[in-house]
Design a protein around this ligand. Structure first.
Ligand SMILES: Cc1ncc(C[n+]2csc(CCOP(=O)(O)OP(=O)(O)O)c2C)c(N)n1
Ligand SMILES: [Mg+2]
Length: 388
């Protein structure tokens, strides 16, 4: 199936991918000037995944990015200044200068759960948010990302299995960039395709070229539609390559040069630029305008960040514990009384009518309340006899 995106949407995808790359390149320069306080985890070569996946969701959906998904934050409406002030640890940042990377989110408007450093833990969190949406009467999809290394954690299995049996509307992107720090993917799993893990959970999966933004966007859009319709989670393996070290301090000398050379030829931005030219969606003038706009935006935000103050020392003891400092109220789409005590066992508002029906107990379909002869199944007869 071909992408159905309009010319404007193609140009928007280019804008976000180029913004993602230029912003990170700018941060590399700031890192070399010793201005970046925390770590810098580049997504060079992986921009099509962050941007294409986030672009495919609806505005009310929820995402939980990882540190290499700055592109997803940009698509979701965060500005370069949010990312820059975070990395420079300024008081104007979303976390008021308390974090040196991109551990920030927005529960109210953008529906972004802050990344955590503990790999895999966001999978059950996002499964839970999807399930909560079901009870609240929302038709939301949730999405998070995990690397080839993070896919080996126990919580990856637990979270995905939970999502599968609950048919949670979760899209999980496995970003297979072939390295987990210095461990190659081949030493991480004996599977050639990490997407094959989906079979163990009984869920749908897809493999996509992670350097082709249109393919990534389309695969995610289809996965989101599948999950939103109540069919359960989808695992998408996006194949790509980490083009720099794990973080800025890692020269990645353990990565074969030829591998990097091969993947350089598949650069997602170069490829998309050629596609835009081939489709006559732009010319040199339009490209120049977009690139100039990006340069202006980044420059203004670098100045803003550099001119922002560091947090005052006393702020270190603020916001550590919640003392009623914020109220989080769920967006109820149905009367609360339906779900809260004294009612305690109400049906969820969930489009998956067949929840758990495909297997039933011991392979017996649950809907088979009676046997062919019209008698109740043995299990129920025993129960009746025992008077339970
Ligand atoms: C549970 C857990 N184990 C180990 C780490 C330390 N750690 C941080 S990133 C990383 C490598 C992750 O590799 P991968 O999942 O492939 O993601 P990538 O860095 O390639 O994007 C490790 C081991 C961690 N943060 N959490
Ligand atoms: Mg990796």
């Amino acid at each position: 199936m071909n992408s159905t995106l309009t010319r404007e949407q193609h140009l928007e995808l280019y804008y976000f991918m180029r913004l993602n790359r230029e912003l990170e390149e700018q941060m590399v320069r700031l890192f070399r000037q010793n201005k970046i306080v925390g770590g810098l985890y580049p997504s060079l070569g992986q921009e099509a995944i962050s941007v294409g996946t986030a672009y495919a969701l609806a505005p009310g959906d929820w995402i939980a990015p990882m540190i290499r998904n700055i592109g997803a934050l940009l698509v979701r409406g965060f500005k370069p200044r949010d990312v820059l002030t975070q990395h420079l640890a300024r008081y104007t940042s979303p976390t008021l200068g308390k974090d040196g990377t991109s551990h920030f989110g927005d529960l109210n408007v953008r529906h972004v759960i802050s990344p955590t450093s503990v790999l895999g833990d966001l999978i059950p969190v996002m499964a839970g948010i999807g399930m909560a949406g079901r009870y609240l009467g929302q038709k939301i999809v949730t999405m998070t990302w995990i690397g080839d290394g993070g896919a080996s954690t126990g919580v990856f299995h637990e979270g995905l299995n939970l999502a599968a049996v609950q048919k949670a509307p979760l899209v999980l992107i496995v970003e297979n960039n072939q390295w987990a720090y210095s461990t190659p993917a081949g030493k991480q799993s004996a599977l050639g395709d990490l997407a094959d893990r989906a079979r163990a959970y009984g869920i749908k999966s897809a493999i996509v070229d992670g350097n082709d933004v249109l393919a990534v966007e389309l695969a995610t859009r289809e996965a989101a539609a599948h999950a939103r319709a109540g069919n359960g989670p989808v695992l998408i393996e996006a194949k790509t390559m980490r083009m720099r070290g794990h973080a800025q301090h890692d020269a990645a000398e353990y990565v074969p040069k030829e591998l990097l050379e091969t993947w350089k030829q598949r650069d997602p931005l170069d490829r998309f630029e050629k596609l835009l030219t081939g489709k006559k969606f732009w010319d040199a003038k339009i490209k120049k305008e977009i690139d100039a706009r990006i340069a202006r935006e980044i420059q203004a935000d670098v100045e803003f960040a550099e001119n922002s103050p560091f947090p005052p020392p006393e702020s270190a003891e603020e916001g550590v514990y919640c003392e009623g400092c914020h109220t989080i109220e769920a967006d109820w789409k149905r009367p609360k009384e339906e779900l809260l005590p004294p009612l305690s066992s109400v049906k969820p508002e969930w489009p998956a009518a067949l929840l758990n029906e495909s297997h039933g107990r011991n392979g017996v379909k649950r809907s088979a309340a009676k046997t062919k002869s019209g008698k109740k199944p043995a299990r129920e007869r025993v129960r009746t006899k025992a008077g339970r």
